[in-house]
Design a binder for this molecule. Sequence first.
Ligand code: ATP
Ligand code: MG
Length: 301
Amino acid sequence: MSAGNSEGVLPEAAKPAQRYLVPEGTKRFDPRQWPTAPPPDGPRHNELRKLRRRSVRDISRLQRLLYAENRYALLLLFQAMDAAGKDSTINALLTGVNPAGCQVFNFKQPSSEELDHDFLWRTARSLPERGRIGVFNRSYYEEVLVVRVHPELLQKQNLPHLDPNGLWQQRMESIVEHERHLARNGTVILKFFLNISRDEQKARFLRRLDRPDKHWKFAISDVRERGFWNEYMSAYGEAIRSTARSHAPWYAIPADSKPYMRWAVADIVRDTLASLDLHNPEPSLADLAMFDDMRRQLENE
Ligand code: ATP
Ligand code: MG
């Protein structure tokens, strides 16, 4: 089946924003039960590139209005296992968007300065300003993912009251409150979990080993972390279930097909920006009078 009707508009139920939204309050979300492959009724493979480019053109146009209106910021947060394609998705999404209007931050192992602060500090400093699109490639969610899978990392954090039972729940509460605060103050938050299957990750790692031009992407730690797949999936499941909110929704996007994944993310971002009803600000009467003045001055030069 092809991409909806003759205008290329998908029926609502087939939209990625409906299909891959993790419902707030769900007890059932588990990445292992969630699709990693595109649906059979999605757009045809050879149409995806064109559809994605169309969405990205819309994002670029809407981003100019976001900037002009200067009321909202848009935060796009990406989490995934290695080789799911975070970098290339972010690249595809922002190609053609005015670089002055977006900011991308990659969060890796924290520095000693970062470890000397609470776990939301380093990302809070990198939040997008009003009018901008900010991208987090990994985020504070690592604190309930990699740190939960490897709790020995907590030693470096030097926390005063280490309650290993309550800690993860408390962190997720902090995250929910933090995101609620941001949303109330004009930051629109979209969170993407790029859901790659274990088999596809293996195939991508093997391709990296086969191709000298991809060797730089290969890290021994990637294969080591793969050994903790089930622990990661459990941590992702709980983190996403506990923090899915209407003001900060999670989308779990199938990541085994990169063209489908990139289109799905672009479609959700485009629809979200379109729903903000963005406009160029109307000049005030005083502004209009001042423009008349300026015109006269320039014409009389
Ligand atoms: P790529 O591999 O595509 O370059 P990446 O995001 O995987 O991108 P890496 O440098 O390979 O970047 O890995 C970053 C590592 O940092 C990940 O293993 C991630 O789990 C880890 N990390 C991120 N945030 C934290 C954190 N708060 N505490 C501990 N480890 C973290
Ligand atoms: Mg990596």
